[in-house]
Design a protein. Sequence first.
Length: 232
Amino acid sequence: MIAAGNPFLSAYFQSDFFGKGIFWALFALSALCWVIVLYKTWQFWAVRRLSSHFFDQFEEKKDDPLNLQWNRPVFSRIGEIPNPLFEIYRAVKQQTLQLMGRNNQGSNLSGADLELIESQVGAAMSAAWKRLDRYIYILSMIVTLAPFLGLLGTVWGILLTFSQLQGGMQASNAAMLSGLSMALATTVLGLLIAIPALVGHSYLKNAERETRREMETFSHMLLAAIEIQYRR
């Protein structure tokens, strides 16, 4: 009853072993697509909220940029929430304190020291960026792979139709219906998977760019505050 009312289930049960494998591959891609889209969307929302709070804390202590206390990681039920601004701040703070400890002038920094700190900012941004970009490439793979799997199911269904039609006129109606049903169902499924994957990929890439701009803005402010306070 359920299969008769659902064209995808009907096409699945009427397909052969290889056709069922194509359906399962498409179902797996669909599940993977939605898991990544939902997880990364939540992650970027949580990162933006956490970064906004950290930025406000830094604004309050901008006159003493190395005295901001933010040492605890933030966890949710899903796992640790990345905090790219804090990762940049922690790397810069460690490098700055290390340089000031080596200098004979106490808390003063030279131009070469500031250049070294700036390079540390670039390394910290790159590391934070890699964490945020994790798994997004899978969506671009799904955008390409899902239609090709659907096309494979289409070709396989048509091939089955013609091969079974050669067996005689008695099997022609059943063979044509099952083969064409599989061909059309896999094509539709491939497109239904690729379209949300494409939309999700575009949205997440735009969220990445917004987060990167926030990271660059914070980095400039942090370097400027350190230069004002500690450059000799």
